[in-house]
Design a protein around this ligand. Structure first.
Ligand code: MLT
Length: 261
């Protein structure tokens, strides 16, 4: 059963839905919401278990359930079709939407994400993090900071480091554990992207270590024709937070292409 998601909405024009990373919330897109509302109808939800949305509920953990929640939000807003963008976990949910709600999507923007499924080691690590967060609370997530943020941010942007630390401290442990299990269960999506015949756009922080440039290229090449890749300077995995102007500019360019196309 789908859940009613909390969301922000601003602007008019092409609907553009942005789906957030793990373990953050819609707050990570504040700059894009403000910077693009003069070009698009921005719709930015909290996925289930995060931010102001309800907890994960008793559904089996899956990115499909998260995708269905977003489709239900589109129903509530009477949005028939939209551009869907997702960063990392948000990208996994965008690809699940493509599998389950293809008719709602006009183009995809995949940011700092990958189309491969987890290997055994990644799945085991997710189980470990899920257990640790349930036992110790959000402090168990602090070691993630170094891999979420690029070297430039860690060195030069203390305000961003503090902001992301604050967001990690605010998570719901049950939401984090459920999402880890959901991501562990996700399938590979290369075939889904290839068969979609939709325009795709890929964005990646140049210092992203979790979904590095080679993952971005593999995602881009799965589209037919291959998607352009925007590399965001001075940013790691959380490119939209670390270099918000860079990502907003890339999204502006995407919207320009789609309007022309
Ligand atoms: C994210 O930023 O959403 C995570 O890195 C996704 C993941 O754990 O695969």
């Amino acid at each position: 059963m789908s859940l009613e998601l909390a969301f922000d909405e601003a602007g008019t024009g092409i609907p553009l839905v942005l789906l957030h990373a793990f373990p953050l919330s819609r707050a990570m897109y504040a700059e894009q919401l403000a910077g693009l509302a003069n070009r698009a109808r921005m719709i930015v939800p909290d996925l289930r278990g995060f931010g102001d949305s309800p907890g994960p509920g008793d559904a089996d953990p899956s990115v499909d359930a998260m995708a269905d929640d977003v489709a239900a939000l589109l129903d509530r807003l009477a949005v028939r079709s939209c551009v869907v963008g997702g960063l990392s976990m948000g990208g996994y949910v965008a690809m699940a939407m493509l599998r389950r709600h293809r008719e709602r999507i006009t183009a995809l923007v995949l940011m700092d994400t990958k189309a491969s499924a987890d290997g055994d080691e990644a799945r085991t690590n997710r189980e470990r993090v899920a257990r640790a967060v349930m036992e110790q609370g959000s402090a168990a997530l602090h070691p993630m900071l170094d891999s979420l943020l690029g070297e430039t941010t860690r060195r030069e942007r203390p305000g961003t480091v503090d902001q992301v630390t604050e967001w990690l401290d605010a998570v719901r442990p049950d939401g984090v554990a459920w999402a880890q299990q959901a991501m562990a269960a996700r399938p590979a999506s290369f075939g889904t992207l290839r068969d979609s015949r939709l325009p795709g756009f890929v964005i990646v922080g140049e210092e992203d270590e979790l979904s590095p440039h080679e993952d971005a290229v593999a995602v881009a090449q799965a589209f037919v024709p291959p998607a352009p890749v925007y590399v965001i300077p001075g940013a790691g995995h959380l490119s939209a937070v670390e270099n918000p102007d860079g990502v907003t500019g890339a999204l502006r360019d995407v919207l320009r292409h789609l309007k022309m196309g």
